[in-house]
Design a protein around this ligand. Structure first.
Ligand SMILES: *Cc1c(COP(=O)(O)O)cnc(C)c1O
Ligand SMILES: [Zn+2]
Length: 416
């Protein structure tokens, strides 16, 4: 295992890599810090000889032995020609975690690291406070490891996501409240029962899993950083850890040159970090979420202040999307690239579009947009708006009279 310490994100106090998450000096949050390998060429060849999963980066992750998610990560980085054409960006890429293994969201990454650590700590019951995707990922990975799983979600999340956790044998607890209330309850349970809550008392390890979204993009681009990235934010952990991942690669010497400008995306109905940024505040005021983008509806984001610091340091920005714009974003991505994203992805595409319109990107720049969850998991969000299919008699005549005139012209071919 690489050398690891826990460090307080507020006062810098350090601790051995144990099962703890709060600083004893100042009650600040702890983060895992992995001692970086010194020789980039040795590391590069170890990575390239590694498995086609996030565990190819195990030298940069705070675990002894990979136990969970042996097929998680290493998802496609797709050149988005047609979406890029629509937005005036010639080097746009989609990092497509809609096809992550096994539960179709980026949460498979963080859970792989957290549950590998839980096994190391000898924990037999794993749990989480979730807006939906995390619950499903914890349930699936726990099932594969034979661990007991108890997942806590706001009672009003999408029905498919509840089913998606139940099927793995997890105990699913719907809490009558919003995510922030669920999270507070989970902190009390964690203190009382010692269960491994992946995003509470295992959070320092869990959060490191998100760094792999930076590592993979850099490697897939041929060991270079993009000029800019667009990332959806709930707690802000993903956003800050993607930055940390790129920074680490440059420190090791695996990439050179400027780091990407970090752009964040939030739903207008739950945009505490984006609002703070736009109003020039350093303090994030909690909000009450009201959005169809439930997977990123966290009104009191734990990483909010750290995310704002990253935006400033990277010279990035933020954009928000209304529910209508989120649905348009889902449709735009689906119709141009054949990728069906969930509401978080719609938020991110809508934010990308706004930023492009505002001139945030040069047309030649390499821009990577992170699509973090699959649309088949939030069918309800789009199904209400879907048109009922055209029904015809089983005859060629009916087809010619009723279907042919409705077809739009075929989309123009994209010249690469
Ligand atoms: C959890 C989640 C995020 C972002 O999570 P953070 O709390 O900001 O790390 C983004 N997209 C999807 C689909 C998610 O489930
Ligand atoms: Zn501290």
């Amino acid at each position: 295992m690489p050398e690891v310490i826990l460090r307080c994100r507020l006062c810098g106090a350090t601790y051995p890599p144990e099962h703890r998450y709060v600083c004893e000096e100042c009650f600040g949050p702890l983060e895992a810090v992995v001692a970086l390998p010194k020789d980039p060429e040795t590391l590069r060849s170890r990575i390239q000889q590694g498995p086609p999963s996030l565990w190819r980066y195990r030298d940069l992750l705070p675990v002894e032995t990979p136990r969970a998610g042996l097929h998680t990560g290493w998802t496609p980085l797709k050149k988005a020609e047609r979406l890029g054409q629509a937005l005036g960006l010639r080097n746009l890429y989609i990092k497509d975690d809609t096809v992550n293994h096994p539960t179709l969201s980026f949460k498979d990454r963080v859970v792989s690291v957290a549950l590998s650590k839980a096994v190391e700590f000898g924990i037999d019951t794993v749990a989480c406070a979730s807006t939906g995707n995390l619950a499903t990922a914890v349930a699936a990975h726990a099932a594969a490891l034979g661990l007991r799983a108890v997942v806590f979600v706001p009672a009003d999340i999408e029905a498919q996501k509840l089913v998606g956790s139940r099927i793995f044998g997890a105990t699913v607890v719907g809490v009558a409240g919003n995510y922030d209330q669920v999270n507070r309850l989970c902190m009390e349970i964690a203190d009382e029962y010692g269960w491994g809550f992946v995003n509470v008392n295992l959070r320092p390890y869990y959060a490191e899993g998100s760094k792999t979204l930076a590592y993979e993009v850099a490697e897939q681009l041929g060991w270079r950083a993009p000029d800019a990235v667009v990332v959806p934010a709930a707690s802000g952990a993903l956003y800050t850890k993607i930055w940390k991942g790129f920074r680490e690669l440059r420190e090791i010497g695996l990439i050179e040159g400027p780091l990407p400008r970090m752009y964040g995306a939030q739903a207008a109905g739950c945009a505490p970090i984006a609002q703070a940024w736009m109003e020039g505040r350093e303090v994030v005021h909690p909000v009450r979420p009201r959005t169809i983008a439930k997977s990123i509806a966290i009104g009191d984001p734990a990483d909010g202040p750290f995310a704002l610091r990253v935006t400033r340091e990277s010279q990035g920005g933020w954009a928000t999307a209304s529910d209508e714009e989120i649905l348009e974003g889902i449709r735009l991505l689906a119709e141009t690239e054949g990728i069906f994203a969930e509401t978080a992805g719609g938020t991110t595409i809508a934010a990308l579009r706004k930023l492009a319109q505002q001139g945030a990107f040069d047309p030649e720049e390499t821009v990577v947009v992170y699509i973090t969850g699959n649309g088949y998991k939030t069918f309800e969000a789009v199904a209400q708006r879907a048109e009922t299919p055209l029904v015809i008699a089983p005859s060629l005549e009916d087809f010619e009279v009723r279907v042919l005139p409705t077809l739009r012209e075929s989309a123009p071919a994209v010249v690469g």
